[in-house]
Design a protein around this ligand. Structure first.
Ligand SMILES: Cc1ncc(COP(=O)(O)O)c(C=O)c1O
Length: 369
């Protein structure tokens, strides 16, 4: 029999799929561990889910024999009212990654240019590559941990369709300021779509973060992307949203899978958005535990860039994959950053205090070995 033709589209042939944080049960199974396993790998909320969201979702579960509202009317209306925009400006998504993927599917032709930063959220590059785009990534500044917005602006040419930005960013945790972003937007041509991914915004405690909505209101092609996965504790529900110009939202709608936001997710997201007490508690708890991690590592030969997120990047002189494997044996899952071009770095999201204590203790031992 002759060899089967490779059915994969050309841009996908050399492609590696996204690697997510390792699930707890996978580590338990693989290493046959019985004790507590702390997952500090996926920037989840160690305080769990908003109790208001949990209650609403428990009630909604009886309804799941029905399809969800395909227009996500009440959820989108809630977002629209919160941000004082029209419902036609709101897209409901199965997690914010869906918005990022759909933006690439809806707006990119092969060969169009996509601009982003190196060492930022991997999905931007993956989405661009899947679409056969000309991907351009600016190096980072400030030790290689912070976006260089002027360098990004310099990469924009007349073929550029999309700029992807995360602020604060993942995996380095750093952020760019309002002044930096406003100056950047002055340099971005009006027809370029700026995807502003604000996944960690709720955790930020600085007061100089940009106001992306100001640019949207000024008529710019900006998609403001938000998630319920982090501070609201709904990562497992897969729900997020984007606010943007009606024609952009229409483009996303055209390419999405019908019923993308599940019935329980829509209900949970609405309740979670009303539970600001939980969000503030999560932010304060996170700030304390990030400080605890920083303090626990400060005398070590590691670099920990400033973070306005619910994780820290820890750049060590050791092999990150080795640290990842050794920490797993101790029941701690972190995220190795070798594949992201940082062979010595791990990314760690704080868990509960006892988990963070265990992490600091074991990392100190490993770095001393
Ligand atoms: C910058 C950034 N954007 C988006 C996401 C994905 O969020 P969601 O769970 O809403 O798909 C993440 C998740 O880690 C992220 O770091």
């Amino acid at each position: 029999m002759s060899e089967l033709k490779n059915l994969l589209r050309e841009p996908l042939r050399s492609f590696k799929p996204y690697v997510a944080g390792k699930p707890i049960e996978e580590v338990r199974r693989e290493l046959n561990l019985s004790g507590r396993i702390a997952k500090l790998a996926s920037n989840e909320n160690p305080l769990g889910t908003s109790p208001k969201a949990l209650e609403a979702m428990h009630k909604a579960i009886d309804e799941v024999y029905l399809y969800p509202d395909d227009n996500a009317y009440y959820f989108r209306k809630k977002v629209a009212e919160r941000f004082e925009v029209g419902i036609e400006n709101v897209f409901a998504a199965a997690g914010s990654v869906e918005v990022l993927e759909l933006a690439a599917i809806a707006f990119l032709n092969p060969g169009d240019r996509v601009v982003t930063s190196q060492r930022t959220f991997a999905i931007y590059a993956l989405a661009a590559m899947k679409a056969g785009a000309d991907l351009q990534m600016a190096p980072m500044i400030d030790g290689g941990f912070r976006y260089d917005l002027p360098a990004l602006a310099a990469l924009i040419n007349d073929k550029t369709k999309i700029v992807f930005l995360a602020n604060p960013t993942n995996p380095t945790g750093t952020w760019f300021t309002k002044g930096e972003f406003d100056a950047f937007m002055d340099r971005v041509p009006a027809d370029v779509l700026v995807v502003y991914d604000s996944a960690y915004e709720e955790y930020a405690t600085v007061d100089d973060l940009p106001d992306p909505m100001r640019h949207f209101r000024a008529g710019r092609r900006l998609l403001y992307v938000r998630t319920l996965s982090k501070a609201y504790g709904l990562a497992g529900m897969r729900i997020g949203y984007a606010i943007g110009p009606a024609d952009m939202v229409h483009g996303l709608m055209t390419c999405r899978v019908p019923f993308n936001a599940s019935l329980v997710a829509q209900v949970g997201a609405m309740a979670a958005m009303d539970d600001l007490e939980f969000v503030h508690k999560s932010r304060d708890f996170n700030a304390g535990e990030i400080q605890f991690l920083r303090d626990g590592l400060k005398d070590l030969p590691v670099v920990v860039p400033p973070s306005q997120t619910n994780f820290v990047l820890i750049d060590t002189k050791k092999d990150a994959n080795w640290l990842f494997v050794e920490l797993q044996k101790k029941g701690i899952i972190v995220r190795p950053m070798a594949a992201a071009g940082m062979p010595g770095a791990i990314r760690v999201s704080p868990g509960l205090r006892e988990d963070n204590e265990r992490f600091v203790k074991h990392l100190r031992e490993l770095l001393a070995s």
